[in-house]
Each structure stands twice: as structure tokens, then as C-alpha cells.
Design a protein around this ligand. Structure first.
Ligand SMILES: C[S@@+](CC[C@H](N)C(=O)[O-])C[C@H]1O[C@@H](n2cnc3c(N)ncnc32)[C@H](O)[C@@H]1O
Length: 224
């Protein structure tokens, strides 16, 4: 029998930033979630410079879809000739109305969020001439090992490792590495010691760099 899908239970900080009640953590930075996505996930993986035909981004934690939208916009702006491939792994999907409410603070993403939300009404896929995306629902510890593709880049975006340790555990980081192309990379906003150790043990060369805004550090890495 299939596991039943449990939607995210939310409250809102300042009516703007969604917070997952079960994890007691927010989906994006109160300071500027879109700027943080650009810094941590795009610049952290040297995007859009590395984009090329067939490029595949994978993500742990789809959440509001903010990272997907920022990456998709960068792809469109870099005038690629094939669609961006994007696969995200999510255990507790947000209701579409909650995604819409979360994303409305960024008018620059309005057009793409509307396309994304319209398509998600019919299932967890987005297919347009510039994007082929799939959101794989379920616990990433089970779904990533069964995934049959590889990604050039991983956005590791679970809730904070202290509150959501299962999304950073050793076995899952190993599976992420196994599903990364040669010289593929990851980035994450955290520089937590056990996360860096798990990524190193999984086969990445891990580096700690300056974090976004007030955050001291974040991590990036390349498959060794
Ligand atoms: C910080 S949020 C992700 C934010 C997202 N990348 C965005 O652009 O809005 C962390 C996400 O990880 C998901 N998550 C937590 N534990 C998980 C698990 N075991 N497997 C898959 N997803 C999980 C949460 O439901 C949440 O959506």
C-alpha cells in the first residue's frame, strides 16, 4: 500500500515567511529568501556559468518552489537551447495555495510561479520548452536511492540539521554522491560539522565559505 501524503503544516512569520510547525523552522530567510537562493545555490554552484545542454539540477526539499523558480529564471536568462532538467525530493509537500502565498512577495517571479502552480495542479511535473521538472514525493532517504538518474548539481536544502537531521544523514549523503555526475557539485547554506563530515565521507571535496548575509559560513563541494 502507498504511504499517505502528508501536507506541510504551516504558520507564518510576519504574515510573509512560511514556517513548518513540525520542524519549527522557516522555508527561507526572513532577510531576503530570493537573494539567499542566488548566493547559496546559484553562485555556490557557479551557475549560470556551468549551464549547458541537458544540465540537471537535483534538490533535497522542494518547499515553496523558490529555488526552482530562481534557477529556472537564470536558465531562461542565459538563453539555453534545451530545457533545464530539475528533480526535487519532497516528503511533506506544501498545498499549492500556500506556495502561492509564499511566493507572492517576489513580483519578478510572478510569471514563472503562475506557470509552475498551474502545472502542479495536474501532478508533480512541470513541462515547458524551458523546463522539465519532477518533484518526487516521499522520504528522500527512500526515494533518492531508487532514483535512476544523476545530477550535475545538488541543492541541499533541508531544514536546519539540528531540526531535520534525517535529511542530512550519512546514508542519504552517500546516495546524493552516487547520483552526482563526475565533477558534479553541491551547495548548502549550512556548515554544520556532521553534515560536512557526511558529505566528505560520501566522496565530496568539501569547502566552507562565507555564508549569506549575517551567516558566518556555508558549504560547497565537488565530487572527488
Ligand atoms: C528549507 S525547506 C526547502 C525550501 C525549498 N528548497 C524552497 O525553495 O522553498 C526544507 C524542505 O525539506 C522537506 N523535507 C524534510 N524532511 C524530508 C525528508 N525526509 N525527505 C524529503 N523532504 C524532506 C521539508 O518538507 C521542506 O519542504
Amino acid at each position: 500500500m502507498c504511504d499517505q501524503i502528508k501536507n506541510a503544516l504551516l504558520e507564518w512569520h510576519d504574515e510573509i515567511v512560511p514556517v513548518a510547525i513540525n520542524f519549527n523552522d522557516s522555508y527561507f530567510s526572513i532577510h531576503d529568501g530570493l537573494a539567499e537562493t542566488h548566493y547559496v545555490f546559484l553562485e555556490g554552484n557557479n551557475l549560470p556559468n556551468r549551464f549547458n545542454d541537458g544540465f540537471h539540477v537535483a534538490e533535497l526539499g522542494f518547499g515553496t518552489g523558490l529555488n526552482l523558480l530562481a534557477c529556472w529564471r537564470a536558465w531562461i536568462n542565459s538563453s539555453q537551447s534545451t530545457p533545464l532538467r530539475f528533480t526535487s525530493f519532497e516528503a511533506f509537500p506544501m498545498k499549492l495555495e500556500d506556495m502561492k502565498r509564499s511566493l507572492k512577495i517576489w513580483p519578478e517571479l510572478k510569471k514563472l510561479s503562475e506557470i509552475m502552480l498551474n502545472q502542479l495542479e495536474d501532478g508533480w511535473e512541470i513541462n515547458t520548452p524551458t523546463l522539465q521538472a519532477r518533484i518526487i514525493i516521499g522520504d528522500a532517504r527512500k526515494t533518492v536511492p531508487n532514483w535512476t538518474e544523476t545530477a550535475n548539481v545538488w541543492f541541499l536544502d533541508g531544514f536546519s540539521p539540528a531540526k531535520n537531521p534525517e535529511l542530512w544523514e550519512k546514508g542519504l549523503m552517500k546516495s546524493v554522491a552516487n547520483h552526482t555526475t563526475v565533477r558534479g557539485t553541491f551547495s548548502t547554506y549550512t556548515a554544520s560539522g556532521f553534515v560536512r563530515r557526511n558529505l566528505r565521507d560520501a566522496g565530496f571535496n568539501v569547502e566552507r565559505i562565507k555564508g549569506f548575509g549575517p551567516k558566518r559560513h556555508m558549504s560547497i563541494g565537488i565530487k572527488a
